[in-house]
Write a protein that binds this ligand. Structure first.
Ligand SMILES: [Zn+2]
Ligand SMILES: [Zn+2]
Length: 258
């Protein structure tokens, strides 16, 4: 499993692209790819990401996962679809997300480019994910759980042949999220604040505690509030260094391999 941090930022960070991960892994004999979240600034970051191969940036992912319907997690879709159309994509694209995903996807595409849907030369299939049912995303087995966020947000466990990933989207980890993170090679969890108690968001401290309790191999903390990351970066680094597992504050373009 190779996970590229296309973006690591929160919603309105002017320097760091919105949090978005490109996962490449094996399922059987096939290499498959998934883009996890695609916010306002994430699609541009994807096509410009120097850590991705030319082929991956040309072809785009096999599937997209949308943790929830806030703009910093899905308003990059019109850009992604239009650019893949320009680049000659022919293979279908599956977009997975919570209840109402098809409406959400086509609404935002319609607002951005009213004729785009009819002009697409590739099929877009929107599939609803439910927390109580197993999922298959780009051939990978997966499961989802509701996080503690203001909007309904789904954390995702994605099982590749060589490594399992948990990606929490937005929100503090709930007991169901903790269960999905169990034994993962990589846990990616938002740390919008430093300490627990943020309304609708997680914290660096909860991310560390969750990943330790899950016996994760590595924790990556993303979606840190921009002022915190800039002004208290050293403190966050010390907090992560003190964890009993490997814990990172990744930069855009950083790659994790399991
Ligand atoms: Zn967000
Ligand atoms: Zn959100």
């Amino acid at each position: 499993m190779r996970v590229t941090f296309v973006g690591v930022g929160e919603a309105f960070d002017e320097c760091l692209p919105n949090t978005s991960l490109f996962v490449a892994g094996m399922t059987g004999e096939s290499r498959r790819t998934v883009l996890l979240d695609c916010g306002f600034t994430a699609a541009a970051a994807f096509f410009g990401c120097p850590s991705l191969s030319d082929a991956d940036r040309r072809d785009g992912p096999d599937a997209v996962w949308l943790s929830h319907f806030h703009g910093d997690h899905y308003f990059g879709l019109p850009y992604l679809l239009a650019r893949m159309q320009e680049q000659g994509r022919a293979q279908p694209l599956c977009i997975h997300g919570g209840e109402g995903v098809a409406n959400r996807v086509w609404q935002v595409v319609e607002l951005a480019y009213p004729n785009l849907r009819d002009r697409l030369d590739f099929e877009v299939v929107c599939l609803e994910a439910r927390p109580d049912a197993p999922l298959v995303i780009a051939g990978f087995s997966a499961r989802a759980a509701v996080t503690g966020h203001g909007a309904l947000c789904l954390g995702l466990r994605l099982e590749t042949q060589f490594g399992i990933l948990y990606y929490g989207g937005d929100g503090a980890p709930t007991p169901a999220c903790r269960e999905l993170a169990s034994g993962c090679a990589l846990v990616v969890q938002e740390g919008y604040g430093m300490l627990p108690g943020m309304a609708g968001h997680g914290s660096v401290a909860e991310a560390v505690e969750m990943a330790e309790a899950a016996w994760a191999n590595t924790l990556a903390v993303v979606h840190v509030r921009r002022e915190l990351r800039r002004e208290r970066g050293a403190e966050i680094a010390r907090q992560l260094a003190a964890a009993s597992i490997r814990a990172l504050l990744p930069e855009p373009g950083e790659v994790f391999e399991a």
